[in-house]
Design a binder for this molecule. Structure first.
Ligand code: NOJ
Length: 743
């Protein structure tokens, strides 16, 4: 079939969009309108759907879990030629950190502290996804996560709202471009609104209890930043928020999102979430669920068919006014009009191959991976390694796993194609013997439901004998080597959805193997591949060099080797603290003071069986060079409420190689209407400096940095109070100044 390709839309004024939407709406039947509010789940686990039939009668506005350009065109043809109002479908998928060219997972991208590289990564992801025929991605995931037991911490930007907001806006810009309608961009979806990252005990889907102050000061800022960046859609979260499911939560979806933030796009539920209002013990039955969700402001039902089954009856009996249906349909049609789908509904089936072949895609991926890695330890300057090494052992089952290198969400027909760490090291050491020993396998104690959608091919679990043989073989390889590179961490299915865990230790026999290798007395470098902080206490004391490489994507192996051998200098910083134990969760730097703070005469230890402080704090990361941060200067000792204070500091590369420092600014309000956290990140900048070079970094502190939402007053405010301020290279920064906000 010859199809017109996705050329994109010409810019349309709001008035033009509105008049086209109204013209469409006036000709649509109620059934078609409800169809637009229905997202059809085209996947084997959704029974009883015959997509063509549903689409032909105008029963679907969008399709998800399909990843096939030819099939997109076939279904689109039914929609635009055979359905009553000929409205094109929106094809949606989870394109979270790359489509074919895979980028580091979002937690890793946040570790770059580089919104520009994050934006470019999602631009590439959008270009490839759109070339495949997708219009809409379920990303960015904007849930603040302060509990690393929660598996989905990998999908977000970590623990901090300020960094999270910067990454949120960057991702929206990357996916969508300046305005909806570019032929190489997709519509973004800010998810999961809201609070999902704070599930009880870090257990995925469990209820969330957050005060309004926590929501507004910590959990909402990335979402509000996405709205300001023009995000087209939102996804409601699964769980109960303060006893009201997020998908039936009028306060979230109407009062905050539309009322306060002025969001004009549409809200889709999470998968099956409308139907699940019954399962969750909130709605009486499907009809009640449809009523509650739509009334709360949820426009599109993802895959549960509850709207399709019940909205007609609810309108006919008068429980739901047609105006509410129309209001939701308008928001969906407007996106389709702005995207240019009425003019260009199809995708050229040859486009993806051309786009994926663009060399800059892999270059961007390698660059992003380099930027995201965090050097946690480097005793005796073991790193960077020499390329004249002759005999190296690479050990660990993750070292040669493409799926572990690509990380989570690479599902629905994705074929892993990453360069593994082993391959990257071999490419760098072409004249050396690089011996590989996987060591014992690691696996989840309880299998993942998601394994059927991708991941490593299923194998029988290793026997005790095979595990022991692999353990011993690894020691043999280590004994022969001059230097050992251990690649340890978690498989891709050990973080992500339904991948929470109680312990944050290295799974399986990895630490046991690490100890045995270190005991051989060889120099050992530990490379971590994982999607969450891990409690690596023993390694932090006994392994001289530790590189956090996360799940680094298609070019991950090359990027790891670039860093290990000094072709790139690490400059990433932790976007979330590394705890000493999983049982210390939640743990975050931005907590309130107490009557017994550390260092006070009244100080009492928080736990009597160990330090409660992080193993590595938020914002932490080393380089191959050193930096000094000096000359902290504030524009005035006092600033009036509403005015802006300017802060400057000089950062100097005091070492012998070029490198990057992320200069971070933290504030603390000493007293006020509410108790305020002892530190809050309110500015950062990643800079590259040559040896001896100095740059002056400038930060602005205005009402949005100095204000907050007060529980006591019940509104946003800025107190006139004294503040501390620190500038430095992590959340323990010591370079200090003080200022006051006055009326
Ligand atoms: C469930 C997940 O929670 C959500 O993040 C995802 O976008 C949808 N499934 C669709 O795959």
């Amino acid at each position: 079939m010859a199809f017109k390709t996705n050329k994109g839309a010409t810019a349309q004024s709001d008035a033009e969009v509105t008049s086209r939407v109204e013209a469409l709406l006036s000709q649509m039947s109620l059934a078609e309108k409800i169809g637009q509010l229905t997202q059809l789940g085209v996947a084997e686990f959704v029974p009883g759907q015959k997509p063509e039939e549903v689409i032909r009668r105008g029963g679907a506005g969008s399709v998800l879990w399909l990843n096939n350009t030819k099939r997109f065109n076939e279904l689109q043809k039914v929609a635009v030629e055979e359905s009553p109002s000929k409205i094109p479908l929106l094809f949606a998928l989870d394109v979270i950190h790359g489509y074919r060219t895979v980028f580091p997972v979002p937690l890793a991208m946040a570790a770059s502290w580089d919104p520009a590289v994050t934006e470019r990564s999602q631009t590439v992801a959008a270009r490839e996804a759109r070339a495949a025929g997708l219009h809409w991605t379920f990303a960015p995931m904007l849930d603040i996560a302060r509990d690393a037991r929660w598996g989905r911490i990998v999908e977000g930007a970590g623990e901090d709202p300020y960094l999270g907001a910067a990454m949120a806006a960057a991702q929206v810009r990357g996916f969508q471009g300046k305005q909806l309608g570019a032929s190489d961009r997709v519509v973004a979806c800010a998810k999961h609104f809201a609070g999902y990252g704070a599930s009880d005990g870090g257990r995925d889907y469990d209820p969330v209890y957050l005060s309004e102050s926590q929501l507004r000061n910590v959990y909402f800022p990335p979402f509000e930043a996405a709205v300001k960046a023009g995000v087209g859609t939102f996804m409601s979260a699964y769980m109960d928020l303060n006893d009201v499911p997020a998908s039936g939560n009028r306060w979230l979806l109407r009062d905050i999102l539309r009322g306060e933030w002025g969001f004009q796009g549409f809200v889709v539920s999470d998968a099956f979430a409308v139907g699940n209002l019954v399962m969750q013990g909130h709605a009486r039955d499907g009809r009640d669920a449809a009523f509650r969700a739509l009334s709360a402001g949820l426009d599109m039902d993802m895959a549960s068919n509850t709207y399709a089954d019940h909205l007609t009856g609810l309108v006919e009996e008068g429980s739901i006014p047609t105006e509410i249906i129309d209001a939701s349909v308008r928001t969906i049609l407007a996106i389709k009009v702005r995207m240019g789908l009425f003019e260009n509904p199809y995708t050229d089936e040859g486009l993806l191959a051309e786009v994926v072949a663009l060399p800059e895609h892999r270059q961007e991926s390698r660059f992003a991976a380099q930027r995201s890695m965090v050097l946690l330890r480097n005793e005796g300057h073991l790193l960077p390694l020499s390329k004249t090494l002759k005999q190296v052992a690479v050990i660990g089952t993750l070292a040669d796993s493409k799926t572990a290198t690509e990380g989570s969400w690479m599902v629905f027909g994705h074929v892993p194609a990453a360069v593994t760490v082993l391959e990257g090291i071999r490419a760098k050491l072409s004249n050396a013997t690089v011996e590989y020993a996987p060591g014992p396998e690691i696996q989840r104690d309880i299998a993942s439901w998601f394994d059927s959608f991708g991941g490593d091919p299923k194998k029988e679990p290793q026997t005790v004998e095979d595990s022991e043989a692999a353990f011993q073989a690894a020691l043999v390889a280590a004994r022969r080597a001059e230097l050992v590179i251990m690649v340890l961490g978690e498989h891709a299915n050990m973080s992500g959805e339904a991948a929470s865990r109680a312990s944050l230790d290295l799974p399986g026999r990895q630490e046991e193997l690490l100890k045995a290798v270190v005991a051989l007395g060889k120099p050992v470098v530990l490379v971590l591949l994982n999607g969450r902080p891990l409690s690596i206490n023993w390694a932090a004391q006994n392994v001289p060099a530790i590189l956090e490489a996360w799940e680094p994507g298609t070019e991950g192996g090359h990027a790891v080797a670039d860093i290990l051998f000094g072709d790139a200098v690490p400059g990433g910083k932790l976007p979330v603290a590394f705890p000493r134990s999983g049982s210390h969760m939640p743990l975050y730097y931005s907590r309130n003071l107490t009557h017994s703070p550390e260092g006070s005469p009244m100080y009492n230890p928080r736990y009597w069986d160990g330090l409660p402080t992080p193993l590595y704090p938020f914002g932490y990361g080393l380089s191959y060079t050193t930096f000094s941060i000096t000359n902290l200067n504030i524009s005035a000792p006092q600033v009036k409420v509403g005015d802006v204070l300017t802060v400057t500091a000089d950062v100097t590369n005091t070492g012998t190689v070029a490198g990057d420092e992320v200069v971070q600014l933290y504030i603390h309000q000493r007293a006020g209407s509410d108790s305020r956290p002892m530190r809050l990140l309110k500015g950062f900048e990643r800079v590259t400096l040559q040896p001896g070079e100095t740059k002056t970094i400038t930060f602005q502190l205005g009402p949005s940095e100095l204000g907050y939402w007060s529980t006591n007053v019940g509104q946003w405010l800025q107190d006139a109070e004294a503040f501390d301020l620190w500038v430095g290279s992590d959340s323990l920064a010591t370079l200090h100044a003080e200022f006051a906000v006055v009326r």
